[in-house]
Design a protein around this ligand. Structure first.
Ligand code: IVH
Length: 767
């Protein structure tokens, strides 16, 4: 039973919603955050808890709705109020000039003002607001009818769920959903880590994500949106394309950082050349420029063909390519043992950098493209930071090229190779393979795992190859002195890691020990366990020790096996439908006991709260059975069980115990308790012993909070080398005490003993 929400809960929820929306806008649209991610999460969590306790406080536009809801069976369709047209393309400056001449002819005048926008390489979207609230969002579909992807679009933080005041409250906007380059790279790294296929480029990743039926997954993907058009202007008085930008901005919507203007063919050509330079610095992929006539009146006069407007055109840039010689093919061993062929190339300059490596994706691809060592190959940077080999210039073949064979043994440890279930990825099956260990160690330090900045690929490789770390978790036993002497170079050309770096790494590892359970689960690098699954697993289990014999995971696997088995015998599925009645009766007899067992397992999962029934049973079909939804699927559940039941998995558990590392759900919840509770820190300048992020994590893990600007509420400003003058001035103004790095280290090392929760002891610091 829940109690009615009191006025204070209601006020608090209203305040939290406004505050979260304000920080969202600061972070995503203005790029000027005021609080840390952790502080943001804390606000969101508080609101979530309030809404769970008092469901009547929940509103459709609450920012908690951005975390996604239960998966759906398929998308509803939405008919666009105004069709979503496409654009004609041009590929040369000459064609662009012809376009401009057509405009001149059509409008019968010399000067026609145009705007030029980056053409974002994403997925077109239409977003409708009614009465100030986000009503729905739809993909283009066939231009007339698209998929209702509202739940997925709601997870995009830069899309306001309700509009700012002072602008028309009903309109429909058009734009592009995309995945920023950086987020894309990070996501692919994580996917690879979890043994999942990488997305080929940010556009595919965006399209794949928008098509997700489970918006909770979408919420974890780094999507963003840029809006550029108005389909239904409502009662907005807008008469130019520039007016559209102004309205969108005022409404709090994300628009392109920069647009160009041109009123002659020459200016147009200059603009697209300049945009070609600028687009390389944009945080997202662009594949061209879109040229639009500025005045709506002119647009109306020019009209449209059945497919595309005559008042706009897309100018496509050639993806930059280069031709170079394939010198050799190396095989890289991934964290889960996946073997990836990598092309070593004769270095060549491409899109701003010298390229000497390119991915060949997999051996099937090598065979399909008939790529041989010695070939001249065409390489391209298409969304990936790592360039890819697109094709072979067969005209330059001499006959001396050598075919590339798929390996039968792992190049690092010589274990036999096995083909993964998808039939494409080849894998080394030796968990103790040195190649896998290097990648696992490198992965352990990545941001979504334990976030140990100093533990990059080079350090991981040196630690493993030099035998200093013999199993991944051995990194927690490193000796600082020895680590300082670590040679990252070769024997003939040594390059020492150095004491300062060694100290930083050791400090970061100390912080990593108390990372919450979900981060640890992810960091272990279990096949099929990505960040989302790791989070769900952490919700189900209180600690890592609970995994090995997890009855919930066993039930999830069992449920799926029984369901498959049952379907084989079910008289109402697949080919069985065509059998005779006598045969069906026989099948039914075989199916019944399985069905009963399945129902028992399902009931067990549902009643213990780890599953929900997906939907009511369809009338007339298997009335006693329904499908269930579990936060962790059977594939991941099996992977986790296999891992912890294997020798390697038990060794990991044993090692964690030896190291005294016991990540638990509490680590996350313990925020808000600890010796630094109520103390607000601001960090400025560069710290010697650790990164600012690591310092912030440390403060938070001790119960304190970290802000990015100084106010009278700030307890301490930690001042490193080259501090920000504003922060120092603000600290002086508000009488906030400055703390040196040394004092800070003393505080966190002995914090629990010397600092009371209420008031720091001033006599300990030399101000
Ligand atoms: S305007 C009727 N502007 O490119 C004209 N489109 O190839 C509507 N695109 O369907 C499109 N950036 O998905 C426009 N700045 C931009 C764009 C843009 C990307 C996409 C959009 C469109 C496709 C046409």
């Amino acid at each position: 039973m829940t109690f009615p929400a009191s006025d204070s809960s209601r006020d608090r929820a209203t305040w939290l919603r406004a505050e979260i929306n304000r920080h969202n806008q600061l972070y995503y649209t203005d790029a000027e955050p005021e609080i840390s991610d952790q502080q943001f999460d804390a606000l969101l969590r508080e609101l979530q808890e309030l809404e769970t306790a008092h469901p009547e406080l929940l509103t459709a536009d609450s920012p908690t709705q951005r975390v996604g809801g239960a998966p759906i069976d398929g998308f509803q369709q939405i008919r666009h109020t105004v069709p979503m047209m496409s654009l004609d393309n041009t590929y040369s400056e000459a064609d662009l000039i012809s376009f401009y001449q057509r405009l001149q002819k059509g409008l019968n005048r010399e000067r026609i003002e145009c705007v030029i926008e980056p053409k974002i390489d994403g997925v077109a979207i239409s977003v409708r607001y009614e009465d100030g609230k986000l009503k729905h969002a739809a993909t283009r579909g066939d231009g007339q009818i698209g998929d209702d992807v509202t739940q997925n679009v709601k997870t995009i933080r830069s899309v306001p769920l309700s509009l700012a005041a002072g602008v028309p409250q009903t309109f429909e906007v058009r734009g592009e959903v995309f995945m920023p380059k950086e987020g894309f790279a990070r996501m692919n790294e994580e996917r690879e880590g979890a043994g999942e296929a990488r997305f080929a480029n940010p556009r595919n990743a965006t399209a794949g994500t928008l098509k997700q039926l489970d918006s909770r997954i979408v919420a974890t993907r780094p999507l963003d949106v840029i809006l550029y058009g108005l389909a239904d202007a409502g009662d907005a008085a807008v008469s130019t394309q520039s007016g559209v930008y102004a309205l969108l901005k005022k409404a709090g919507l994300h628009t392109a950082e920069k647009v160009w203007r041109a009123s002659s063919a020459e200016e147009l050509v200059n603009a697209i050349r300049e945009l070609d330079e600028v687009r390389k610095t944009l945080p997202y992929e662009t594949d061209g420029a879109v040229i639009k006539v500025e005045s709506f009146e002119d647009q109306r006069e020019l009209g449209s063909t059945s497919k595309a407007p005559r008042w706009a055109i897309a100018y496509k840039y050639q993806p930059e390519q280069a031709e170079t010689r394939l010198l050799a093919v190396d095989i890289q061993v991934g964290r889960t043992g996946a073997l990836t062929p990598v092309a070593r190339l004769d270095p060549v300059f491409l899109s701003g950098s010298t390229v000497s490596n390119a991915t060949l994706h997999n051996f099937e691809e090598v065979e399909r493209k008939d790529i041989r060592v010695g070939d001249y190959v065409i390489i391209e940077k298409a969304g990936e930071v790592i360039p890819a080999v697109v094709s072979v210039n067969k005209k330059r073949r001499t006959g001396s090229e050598v075919a590339i064979e798929a390996p039968i043994e792992c190049p690092e440890c010589k274990f036999p190779v096995s083909k993964a279930e998808d039939g494409i990825v080849l894998r080394c099956t030796n968990f103790n393979c040195i190649g896998q260990m290097i990648r696992r160690l490198d992965f352990l330090g990545t941001r979504s795992a334990l976030d140990v900045d100093e533990l990059g690929g080079v350090v991981a490789e040196a630690l493993v190859r030099r035998g200093i770390v013999e199993q991944t978790l051995g990194v927690f036993e490193l000796d600082e002195q020895k680590l300082g002497q670590l040679n990252l170079g070769t024997d003939s050309e040594p390059r020492l890691f150095g004491m300062k770096n060694a100290h930083k790494l050791i400090e970061s590892l100390k912080v990593a020990r108390s990372k919450p359970l979900d981060r640890w689960i992810f960091a272990l690098g279990i096949l099929n366990v990505g960040t989302v699954t790791a989070r769900s697993l952490a919700e189900i289990h209180g600690s890592i020790d609970e995994f090995g014999g997890s009855s919930v995971l066993k039930d999830i696997v069992l449920e799926s096996m029984l369901d498959k088995e049952r379907q084989k015998f079910s008289p109402t599925t697949g080919a069985n439908k065509r059998r005779t009645q006598a045969e069906k009766d026989e099948l039914k007899k075989l199916e019944t006991p399985i069905r009963e067992e399945l129902a028992t397992v399902q009931r067990r999962l549902v009643s213990s709260g780890f599953a929900v029934y997906a939907k009511e049973a369809k009338a007339g079909s298997d009335s006693s059975l329904r499908s269930i939804l579990t936060p962790v699927g059977p594939v991941a559940a099996k992977s986790v069980l296999d891992f912890f039941n294997s020798n390697e998995g038990s060794a990991v558990l044993k090692k964690l115990r030896e190291l005294g590392i016991s990540p638990s759900r509490e680590s996350r919840e313990s925020k808000g308790r600890g010796p630094l509770v109520g103390q607000i820190f601001v960090i400025t300048g560069t710290l010697e012993s650790m990164s600012r992020d690591a310092a912030a994590e440390r403060i938070i893990s001790l119960g304190g909070s970290v802000k990015s600007s100084v106010s009278k509420k700030t307890t301490f400003v930690i001042s490193g080398a080259s501090p920000g003058q504003n922060k120092i001035d603000d600290a002086t103004k508000h009488g906030v005490r400055l703390m040196s790095e040394k004092e800070f280290l003393a505080l966190i090392d002995t914090g629990p003993k010397i600092v009371s929760a209420e008031k720091p002891r001033e006599d300990l610091f030399d101000f």
